[in-house]
Design a protein around this ligand. Sequence first.
Ligand SMILES: *[C@@H]1O[C@H](CO)[C@@H](O)[C@H](O)[C@H]1NC(C)=O
Ligand SMILES: *[C@@H]1O[C@H](CO)[C@@H](O)[C@H](O)[C@H]1NC(C)=O
Ligand SMILES: *[C@@H]1O[C@H](CO)[C@@H](O)[C@H](O)[C@H]1NC(C)=O
Ligand SMILES: *[C@@H]1O[C@H](CO)[C@@H](O)[C@H](O)[C@H]1NC(C)=O
Ligand SMILES: *[C@@H]1O[C@H](CO)[C@@H](O)[C@H](O)[C@H]1NC(C)=O
Ligand SMILES: *[C@@H]1O[C@H](CO)[C@@H](O)[C@H](O)[C@H]1NC(C)=O
Ligand SMILES: *[C@@H]1O[C@H](CO)[C@@H](O)[C@H](O)[C@H]1NC(C)=O
Ligand SMILES: *[C@@H]1O[C@H](CO)[C@@H](O)[C@H](O)[C@H]1NC(C)=O
Ligand SMILES: *[C@@H]1O[C@H](CO)[C@@H](O)[C@H](O)[C@H]1NC(C)=O
Ligand SMILES: *[C@@H]1O[C@H](CO)[C@@H](O)[C@H](O)[C@H]1NC(C)=O
Ligand SMILES: *[C@@H]1O[C@H](CO)[C@@H](O)[C@H](O)[C@H]1NC(C)=O
Ligand SMILES: *[C@@H]1O[C@H](CO)[C@@H](O)[C@H](O)[C@H]1NC(C)=O
Length: 728
Amino acid sequence: MANIFPKILFVIILNLLLLFSQLSTAIDTITQYQSLNDGNTLVSSDKTFELGFFRPGSSTNRYVGIWYKNIPNRRIVWVANRDNPIKDNNSNSTMLVISKEGNLVLLTNNNQTLVWSTNITTQSLSNTTSHVAQLLDTGNLVIKDNNNGDQQSNNFLWQGFDFPCDTLLPDMKLGWDLKSGLNRQLTSWKNWDDPSSGDLTWGTVLSSNPEIVLKKGSIEIHRSGPWNGVGFSGAPVEVITSTIVITKAINNSDEVYYSYSLVNTSVISLTYLNQTLDHRQRIAWNLEESAWNVYESVPSDYCDEYNHCGPYGSCVHNESLSTCLCLDGFEPKSSQNWNTFNSTQGCVRKGEDTCGMNDNFQRFYGLKLPETKHTWVDANMTLDECKNKCLADCSCTAYSNLDVGGDGSGCCIWFGDLIDLKQISSFQQYLYIRTDDSTVAEEEDEDQQDFDLPFFSFSTMISATNDFSNYNKLGEGGFGPVYKGTLTTNGQEIAIKRLSGSSRQGSKEFKNEVILCAKLQHRNLVKVLGCCIQGEERMLVYEYMPNKSLDSFLFDFGLAKICGDDQVEGKTKRVVGTHGYMAPEYAIDGLFSTKSDVFSFGILLLEIVSGKKNKGLTYPSNNHNLVEHAWSLWKEGNSKELIDVCFGDSYILSEALRCIQVGLLCLQRHPNDRPNMTYVLAMLTNETILAQPNEPGFTIKRISTDEESTTKSSCSINDVTITLLDVR
Ligand SMILES: *[C@@H]1O[C@H](CO)[C@@H](O)[C@H](O)[C@H]1NC(C)=O
Ligand SMILES: *[C@@H]1O[C@H](CO)[C@@H](O)[C@H](O)[C@H]1NC(C)=O
Ligand SMILES: *[C@@H]1O[C@H](CO)[C@@H](O)[C@H](O)[C@H]1NC(C)=O
Ligand SMILES: *[C@@H]1O[C@H](CO)[C@@H](O)[C@H](O)[C@H]1NC(C)=O
Ligand SMILES: *[C@@H]1O[C@H](CO)[C@@H](O)[C@H](O)[C@H]1NC(C)=O
Ligand SMILES: *[C@@H]1O[C@H](CO)[C@@H](O)[C@H](O)[C@H]1NC(C)=O
Ligand SMILES: *[C@@H]1O[C@H](CO)[C@@H](O)[C@H](O)[C@H]1NC(C)=O
Ligand SMILES: *[C@@H]1O[C@H](CO)[C@@H](O)[C@H](O)[C@H]1NC(C)=O
Ligand SMILES: *[C@@H]1O[C@H](CO)[C@@H](O)[C@H](O)[C@H]1NC(C)=O
Ligand SMILES: *[C@@H]1O[C@H](CO)[C@@H](O)[C@H](O)[C@H]1NC(C)=O
Ligand SMILES: *[C@@H]1O[C@H](CO)[C@@H](O)[C@H](O)[C@H]1NC(C)=O
Ligand SMILES: *[C@@H]1O[C@H](CO)[C@@H](O)[C@H](O)[C@H]1NC(C)=O
């Protein structure tokens, strides 16, 4: 910057400085003959915003910035010289002035140094006009002709809103001025002591169907989804229907941008980039609490992260659990990778990719629309025309309406792989994906074979339970009552969990969750036979266990939310696993698989042998939990010590030791190392050579208010037969 202006200019300015009068009262304007010294501030006419000099955090550098005047804990919303700090400690020597050329310049004059400047490229000013810099009520610092009294006018010579920092204020534009090539995007601070440009950015990506993308360096973290006329397709419904802000997305031949305005202009709310979290957050000032409340933080979960499940993989997020599923009609590209949570390769279309007569489209609902980098749009086409357009081109993989308003209008077609799909509860937005007719029908059958998951009709449930009579009621848990029933068709005894608390859940979401549960439980514990969805009713149908299952006999052992036992955590819907049984990859990363289930089973085995419950257990001698204790005994060759004294001499030592070893094999840190349940069964029943276990992944210790006593033990386990294991 320092060499933009000839040195001679500063001599002239220095002479002029003598004429400058210093600002002392609250004003919003710097004129050609008034400087703003370090220590003084500009205040917008409605007193909302203030501009002045500040020192961020523990830095010794000084900057010119804008903040809300009346909010304590100053939050800087804009910085003029973020990449050109003032290093001069003498505040008397620092000032903002309008240069002879009409630019706003920041000088540390003892040093005759130009720190920062706007770059208006007018020739020298005529002697009847001059420039002024004004802080507007919007927080925008503008330079305009001194004859221009209009606050709203867009006829500014320069404006700070064109050079955003890490904050998008209401009515600021995030995006492109296509005429000038100006791209306004947010760039995070480097850290809280340093406003210089960090590596987190948020901006509008141009394409035929533009999106807003959050990036860290060159890596995409999250994209908004295309604008569908009502909202961004990836935004949760609460955001789209927000009563705080009105969102605007403009796309025409002059401009492509996003902006928002406040419904109630007395509310203070903004969007900024939080570089400690690598999140974009919307916050609002809470007057009563005198604090900023966060009400949107993106990405909000794993499924929000860009391309979490690979091409044609759909990410399903429930509570804190994120799971990748292949879209109907697609299968994992590499089932080996897919089963070990490496979903980067995503899924591929089942059947031949012939682009032939079989091709048809399957309608998907509640999906965030795929990335639009490779799309083609036409605002005037009908959906039928759109379909034909797509059919006519073998590289077209999907289509949808452009605008979901009214009956829907316009056409967007996708080419190539469909990337970054997420299941969301959002507006009616259908996506039509090219699939092979024959594989789709097949798929439904497979679903049911894979998961043994028939759907029961409500009338079947009614007749099985005598209209949910109290006589049939087995008990009541946090998710609702459980009934015993008998299927009239074949006399099979069933248990029906009627989920009271989940009625707000959509049927598709519920179905996914049940499928997930069925998959996870996969013949390990109580079998999920199916479910029933009718209106608001959501029911799970289990196999009935006459003598109670081993798990309920032991400790209320439970797995994922709805599959788990209600009693464990009372009436809270948030808990997705039973503390003490969670595999570390699940507890830490929210990843869950059948191998997490094996991990839980490993703990169960150790519990059976030791007669102690893992949850809340700490061995006083070494502060170990059950798993740590078992592992350290194993390493010492003292596994025998783990065996519950209650067993007396009623057991065969080699069998008990085998149980411990199998338990430890199940508990290995890496899910891949853990055996599958078939193999566990083989190891438990057959005299095969067992592998040496690797170090376990220790369960997460939680602070729990209901810690069990470490000494509590009971000898009732002898009564339990492990027949369950033989059945499964
Ligand atoms: C400015 O002041 C800081 C402490 O306030 C000091 O560490 C630094 O050396 C000073 N810089 C100069 C150039 O005097
Ligand atoms: C700044 O100026 C004031 C008076 O104008 C003076 O009292 C003070 O000593 C000066 N400070 C420095 C660091 O020069
Ligand atoms: C101006 O300040 C810079 C940074 O403090 C210093 O490196 C430079 O020598 C100074 N120049 C003059 C002419 O004082
Ligand atoms: C003005 O400065 C901005 C960044 O500070 C830069 O992007 C832009 O190209 C400059 N314009 C001119 C005309 O120099
Ligand atoms: C305005 O500037 C022109 C040259 O740029 C000069 O001839 C004229 O005298 C000036 N007028 C006044 C009133 O200073
Ligand atoms: C965006 O604007 C461009 C230029 O007017 C147009 O070609 C394109 O179809 C528009 N896209 C959408 C999604 O409206
Ligand atoms: C706007 O917000 C202010 C401050 O929160 C509140 O006092 C006022 O009632 C709101 N106005 C409306 C119309 O909601
Ligand atoms: C960024 O997020 C962290 C963690 O939630 C929070 O502590 C911090 O205050 C946030 N930063 C700002 C500027 O709000
Ligand atoms: C996931 O699979 C891909 C393709 O096989 C491979 O390149 C990548 O390294 C794997 N990632 C991890 C974390 O294993
Ligand atoms: C779409 O229709 C509108 C009005 O019917 C028309 O003005 C416009 O030119 C059409 N655009 C295209 C690309 O056909
Ligand atoms: C279970 O593991 C064994 C041994 O690793 C393997 O041979 C078998 O194919 C696996 N079974 C399943 C269903 O994955
Ligand atoms: C036990 O081993 C025998 C022979 O190796 C095999 O036939 C049988 O299937 C095994 N049992 C189980 C439950 O794996």
